[in-house]
Structures are given as structure tokens and as C-alpha cells.
Design a protein around this ligand. Structure first.
Ligand SMILES: O=C[C@H](O)COP(=O)(O)O
Length: 317
């Protein structure tokens, strides 16, 4: 990996567009076949029953429980928040999730419902999911979400600018959003299904981390393909190498299309094998999902009781 010559110290001026391009195109190319093969190999790894129980609880604690529909209501968000704090009303041992993720206008409702619970409130500010709005509008969206109490902001990058090679624009926008985040953590969404190649995923990862991302996130959940194991593998390599180069740890959040316990466990194996156990906590790894939690709860109950409760047992995610 190249030396971290472009890392920004506080107050330091950002790299020029030319420097960024040279840096990002100087990153080693991703061996696409190798990445896919390694992800497939790790995904077949089986884990013992006791380890599976631990993995399920860890996965629950890592969920960003998400609702991002045009039809979302305050009532739906309140119900989701209750579920986030107490995922299984019949079992107080089930951990709470990491955060509830909503549109900016519903942040206040979630903040109120989650007060004192320790569950975070994440908001997809920046004109999610397309990001197609003037920067000022995206910054205003972010400011409003932070002012309403969001502890985490999930921003989308301008994929058009990125694909056109306008890395300076993307860098500047991430840095600007980071600035208005204040104390809120910034997750930067690449929409990897639109980035075409794994080389681009690696470039976007380094670009976002250098611009100040606290987390890098695969997808909005609105574009297919969304999260995949090979894409997440490349992002996990990037955060591992970035920490080795700069000393700063950045989290990873695959999101979109993650629906089963089997999928979740595959991601956890990938985290441990690629980035390492330091990332195996909700502080550094999240699963963005609107309909994963119920499967985790059903599999958890089945492991504990031997009986499969069925999808009707739990309230909707
Ligand atoms: O950020 C999270 C995603 O929007 C969730 O996607 P999903 O509905 O496919 O689980």
C-alpha cells in the first residue's frame, strides 16, 4: 500500500485533484477473481453451535435497524424503536441493536423513542438515495438531522462525479459533510452496485477514509446489487490497510439485501479473517438491514429451544 501522504491533519489543506487522482490510481489493482474466490471460500466455513449462538447475538448488536420508505410514519418508527431496544419481548437476554436508521424528518421521533436506551439514531441525510441535490441542500439536510439529535449520519457520495474521475469534488463534499456532522459519526455510502469494479470500490474506500469518514458503507439498499461479500472484503482490506498506514480505525457497514442469519454469519467470518477481531464489535462493524432482525431472532430461539418459531412469531422488522 502507498504511504499515507494524503492524510489530512486538522487544519491542513485538502489534496489537489491531481494529487488525489495520482494517489487513487496508484493503489494496487484488486484481483477480482481472487477476491471472489476468497469470499466464496470463507462463506462456506461452518461454525459450531456455541459459536453460532454468540455470532447471532453479536449480529443482533451490530444491526442498524432500518426503515427507508416513502410511506414511513412516526408510528412505524416508534414501533421499530421499541423493537430495537427489546428485539424479543419474550426474552430480555436478547441484546439491543446498534442503531435505528431513518430519513432525516423522522429523526426527532426516533430520538424521543430511544432516549436513554443506548441505541443510536442514524439518518440518511444528503438527499438519499441519489444524492442528486446541490451541496448546500445536502449540507442543510445533514445539519437538520444533527440538530434533531442524530448520532450518526449516513451520506451518499456523488457516484456520477466519482465515475467521471472528479475525485476532488467527492473528497470536498465528504469533508464538508463531516464538518457539519459535529459530534455525529459519518458513514459514507458508495452505492457499490453503481461503481462497476472492485478497483473503484478500493479507490472509493481510500478516498472516503482520507476525507474523514468514520465508517464506509456499501449501499443504500435501493440499487441492485447491494452488499456483496467480495465488495465487503475489499472494503475490509482497505480499513485494515488504512489503520496500518495511519493509525486511525474506520468501521465498515454492508447494507442492502442482507436478510438471513446465514448471510450475517458469513459477514462476521469475513470481518474476522480479513480485517481482524478488532473490527468484530458494533463500534466498528454494522449490518444495515430492514428485514434481517426477525431471522436472527428466529434462529436464536431455535438454537435455544430446538423449536422453530416461524416468521409470524415476531413483529415485523
Ligand atoms: O441502509 C440500509 C439499507 O437501506 C437496508 O436495505 P434492505 O432494506 O435491503 O435491508
Amino acid at each position: 500500500m502507498p504511504e499515507p501522504t494524503l492524510t489530512l491533519a486538522p487544519g491542513e489543506s485538502p489534496p489537489t485533484a491531481r494529487e488525489l487522482r495520482a494517489f487513487l490510481h496508484g493503489l494496487p489493482g484488486v484481483d477480482q477473481v481472487g477476491a471472489e474466490e476468497r469470499a466464496a471460500r470463507l462463506s462456506t466455513r461452518s461454525i459450531k453451535t456455541s459459536a453460532k449462538a454468540e455470532a447471532i447475538d453479536l449480529a443482533i448488536a451490530m444491526v442498524d435497524l432500518t426503515t427507508l420508505e416513502g410511506a414511513d410514519t412516526a408510528g412505524k418508527v416508534r414501533a421499530l424503536c421499541a423493537k430495537a431496544v427489546r428485539p424479543d419481548p419474550g426474552d430480555a437476554e436478547v441484546p439491543k441493536v446498534a442503531a435505528v436508521c431513518v430519513y432525516p424528518d423522522l429523526v426527532g421521533v426516533a430520538v424521543e423513542a430511544l432516549r436513554g436506551s443506548g441505541v443510536g439514531v442514524a439518518s440518511v441525510a444528503t438527499s438519499f438515495p441519489s444524492g442528486r441535490a446541490p451541496l448546500e441542500a445536502r449540507l442543510a439536510d445533514t445539519r437538520a438531522a444533527v440538530a434533531a439529535g442524530a448520532s450518526e449520519i449516513d451520506m451518499v457520495i456523488d457516484r456520477g462525479a466519482f465515475l467521471a474521475g472528479d475525485y476532488g469534488k467527492v473528497f470536498g463534499e465528504i469533508a464538508a459533510v463531516k464538518q457539519v456532522c459535529g459530534g455525529a459519526h459519518l458513514k459514507v455510502i458508495f452505492e457499490t452496485g453503481e461503481l462497476v469494479t472492485l478497483d473503484n470500490v478500493r479507490r472509493a474506500s481510500w478516498l472516503a477514509m482520507r476525507a474523514g469518514a468514520d465508517f464506509i458503507k456499501t449501499s443504500t439498499g435501493k440499487v441492485s446489487p447491494a452488499a456483496t461479500l467480495p465488495v465487503t472484503l475489499v472494503m475490509l482490506e482497505a480499513v485494515r490497510d488504512f489503520r496500518a498506514a495511519t493509525g486511525r480505525q474506520v468501521g465498515v457497514k454492508p447494507a442492502g439485501g442482507i436478510r438471513t442469519t446465514k448471510d450475517a454469519v458469513r459477514y462476521l467470518v469475513l470481518v474476522k479473517e480479513v480485517a481482524g477481531p478488532d473490527w468484530l464489535t458494533p463500534e466498528w462493524f454494522r449490518l444495515g438491514a430492514s428485514s434481517l432482525l426477525n431471522d436472527l431472532l428466529m434462529q436464536r430461539r431455535k438454537l435455544a429451544t430446538g423449536v422453530y418459531s416461524g416468521p409470524d412469531y415476531f413483529t415485523l422488522d
